[in-house]
Design a protein around this ligand. Structure first.
Ligand code: FNR
Length: 379
């Protein structure tokens, strides 16, 4: 695979090859409001910084002379095999950067056979997404609603539409303190970008006084999050759905243990890309203790700051079963729709594949055995 890199060398202006180039190109293309909403982190952006810093603490000590001509990057997750250890993280309101929004993303997911997680606050309804990519693996991310009947209704619709898991996000019981959006006076919920799942939900629409746009916006703002969320809700959701449930936003090993005790099927180690609580541990820094506690009982997915193949490699080497990608694919979508999303994910994958081989192993599992040193000297 000597030409994995060369395929990026074209006659036209090249598609941005790394995250920094992507971000810069998108900043020049879209308005400050949406760009700031996507790029920024909460508060003073310490968490956003910690996510990147965590990856930089680790270095690989590679081994050689192992015949790395055949690299197998496949993984198994909930009974299915995927060609790469990558997933699409749930990202809301994709219509903000491209008219085709989530439809373009799920088509890319189907084409590349990468699991797709649809956000509660998506521009297109989950039924429309299912129709656009019937054979893609689709999971549904749930924000627990103040009106619990809406949460149960959405979970039931997802199951009926062929989604294969529910991802309950636990770190967003209210919105984080996002200063960039205040600076830009930007509120995407108020602009209608989150209408997909709500406007197609019979419980939600029945709760509105009328069918005006203002009532819909008010309804979403009132219903989207719920600060009372607790373990009893998790147990009740489990009783009400046949689908596997993942908890997204686990950072403490003790919460990972409680997830297992409560029959949860998988966890996503994440700090929401630094968008919720500021001053939080980098997600990669949180991983080792969680891996130790979970001890292989349920799959662990990691997101927040996975911006290149080498980041994915480090997370997998530290014990994640897969990684989820947020901002990079959104930038790809903003630049070139489905094709842009595919390009971003393919570059991440190609770098990962080359890196697995150059680290001296031939599979994702093999990465668990490589030597990884931390800058402070611990291993
Ligand atoms: C998100 N994220 C998110 N998570 C979630 O559970 N539901 C959602 O609706 C959203 N929406 C959303 C919008 C935007 C613009 C971003 C950037 C992120 C968080 C997402 O799933 C994931 O945790 C992070 O994006 C991962 O970090 P990186 O890859 O962006 O650094």
């Amino acid at each position: 695979d000597g030409d994995l890199l060369l395929k990026n060398i074209t006659a036209q202006a090249p598609f941005p090859i790394c995250f920094a180039d992507l971000e810069k190109t998108v900043a020049e293309k879209i308005a400050a409001g949406p760009f700031g909403y996507i790029r920024s982190g909460a508060g003073g952006e310490q968490t956003l910084h910690n996510n990147r810093a965590a990856f930089k603490k680790y270095s690989i000590v590679p081994r050689f002379l192992n015949d790395v001509s055949n690299v197998d990057t496949s993984i198994h997750l909930f009974g299915k095999t995927y060609p790469t250890p990558l997933l699409f993280a749930p990202v809301g309101m994709n219509g903000m950067v491209h008219d085709e929004g989530e439809l373009a993303v799920v088509r890319a997911a189907q084409h590349l056979n990468i699991p797709y997680i649809q956000s509660t606050v998506s521009t297109y309804a989950l039924e429309e997404v299912a129709e656009a990519a019937p054979t893609a693996t689709k999971w549904f991310q749930l924000y627990w609603s103040t009106n619990e009947a809406i949460a149960y209704s959405m979970a039931a619709r997802a199951e009926a539409a062929g989604f294969e898991a529910i991802v309950l996000t636990i770190d967003t019981v209210m919105l984080g303190w996002r200063e960039e959006d205040v600076r830009n006076q930007f509120s995407p919920l108020k602009l209608g970008y989150a209408k997909g799942n709500y406007m197609n939900d019979p419980v939600f629409t029945a709760s509105l006084p009328d069918d005006s746009f203002e009532s819909y916006v008010q309804g979403v703002l009132q219903n989207v999050f719920h600060p009372t969320l607790n373990w009893e809700h998790v147990r009740e959701l489990k009783r009400r759905t046949n689908l596997p449930i993942l908890l997204k936003g686990i950072l403490h090993a003790e919460d990972a243990r409680l997830a297992i005790d409560n029959g949860i099927d998988g966890i996503i180690v994440s700090n929401h890309g630094g968008r919720q609580l500021d001053g939080v541990i980098g997600s990669l820094d949180a991983l080792p203790a969680i891996v130790e506690t979970v001890n292989g009982q349920i799959p662990i997915i990691l997101d927040s700051g996975v911006y290149r193949g080498m980041d994915a490699l480090k997370a997998l080497a530290l014990g994640a079963d897969a990684v989820a990608i947020g901002r990079p694919f959104v930038y790809g979508l903003a630049l070139n729709g489905q094709q842009g999303v595919e390009k971003v994910m393919t570059n991440l994958y190609d770098e990962l594949k080359v890196s697995i081989a150059l680290a001296g192993v031939t599979s994702v599992k093999g990465l668990r055995n490589i030597t990884l040193v931390k800058i402070d000297g611990t291993e």
